[in-house]
Write a protein that binds this ligand. Structure first.
Ligand code: PLP
Length: 362
């Protein structure tokens, strides 16, 4: 296939050799070998560090969206109240998904270029609506923004909301996710963003309260969380576990932990800062509003007025750079540089910006 020397798509990202190497092993049956269980537990311990939690972490075979659905379906019954904080494509999507499951959804909507700041409306809605679950997105990848969540977590705890559901798929590993400090009950991650593995594993940290609710709701299905509560202890998984997928995820997590989380976060922050500074200097407009928090893992930029997106994209590709477009109301208007995981590399980001600069000059 056509590959590009400068990959900057915000997931799936460039997969490092140490992760690809794992897939060469002809693993045995994960159902039979105790080695798989040891690997699963080691991977879980590594993901706990990345998600800032002591809660059990469930790993499922499938990409990020699987976890998003799985956690909703396992915790919600028709009629349950969900307060969805929507500041972008994923926030709106999660609200729709909860609605499709029959939940009563109330949305707190912000413009897609904004991030959570004033908590007044959220607190009012919590008090008036008494939700069972609050949903939020940490990094809104299509917008290049990062929602501060500490205050949302504090409100959740203060008002006794049972569940806080957080999509941390595009932030985990690239910036601090404090699952426990932010009182997150369902903290969702995926393998192909900052972790830089293949798009094949979803993981979710599940709090004790969430397990109680999962038990009561008793959702059964291929994507159900319930069977995973006792699976690692008893060694019986609901379907054949994906040994390669777990091993790849573990290798990816270990790369980050060996580097050290603070070092990984600093690397992401530095390339993001460099990226924003150079784009602005070229006369390009960043998509996030000036008072919004930009994500250290992805930068969203407005497609320059004199270009159509397909033409701009084609020019970048001709020079070896592939970036992401965007989705929903942002499609065709915004493009994105995914400097996450392996792509949070200063040399690579410099090359990407050199290409953009040359194309802008054409
Ligand atoms: C990538 C992503 C997901 C998961 O989507 P995939 O289908 O796994 O690509 C979920 N939430 C956010 C914010 C993401 O960036």
């Amino acid at each position: 296939m056509q590959t590009y020397p400068i990959p900057m798509v915000p997931g799936p990202v460039k997969v490092p050799e140490a992760v690809r190497e794992v897939y060469r092993t002809d693993f045995g049956s994960a159902d039979l070998e105790s080695e798989f269980l040891e690997l699963y537990q080691k991977t879980e311990a590594n993901l706990k560090q990345i998600l800032g939690t002591g809660n059990q972490v469930v790993m499922q075979s499938g990409e990020g969206m699987l976890g998003l659905w799985s956690a909703l379906k396992s915790c919600l019954r028709p009629g349950d109240r969900v307060l969805a904080i929507a500041t972008g494509v994923f926030g709106d999507g999660i609200a729709e998904m909860a609605g499709a499951l029959g939940a009563q959804v109330r949305k707190i909507s912000l413009a897609y270029n904004e991030t959570i700041s004033d908590l007044t409306a959220i607190e009012k809605a919590i008090v008036a609506f008494q939700p069972k679950m609050i949903t939020a997105v940490h990094c809104e990848t299509p917008s290049g923004t990062l929602n501060p969540l500490a205050e949302v977590g504090r409100l959740k705890k203060h008002h006794g909301v049972p569940l806080l559901y957080v999509d941390a798929v595009a932030s985990a590993g690239g910036t601090a996710v404090r699952g426990d400090a932010w009182h997150i009950d369902l903290c969702l991650g995926g393998s192909q963003k900052c972790l830089s593995s293949l798009p094949n594993m979803a993981f979710v940290a599940v709090s004790d309260t969430a397990w109680e609710i999962i038990d009561q709701v008793n959702y059964m299905g291929y994507d159900a969380l319930k069977p995973f509560q006792k699976a690692p202890a008893e060694g019986y998984f609901p379907y054949t576990p994906y040994w390669h997928g777990v091993a790849g995820l573990n290798a990816a997590a270990e790369l980050i932990l060996r580097e050290g989380l603070p070092a990984s976060f600093a690397r992401h922050a530095a390339v993001a800062e460099y990226c924003r500074t150079r784009l602005t200097a070229m006369g390009l407009a960043l998509f996030p509003a000036p008072n919004a928090v930009s994500s250290p893992t992805v930068t969203a930029v407005q497609v320059p007025g004199e270009w159509s997106w397909p033409e701009f994209d084609a020019r970048l590709r001709r020079q070896g750079l592939v970036v992401g477009g965007s989705y929903g109301q942002l499609a065709g208007r915004v493009f994105r540089l995914g400097h996450m995981g392996t792509q949070a590399n200063m040399e690579l980001v410099k090359q990407a910006l050199d290409v953009i600069e040359r194309v802008m000059g054409e």
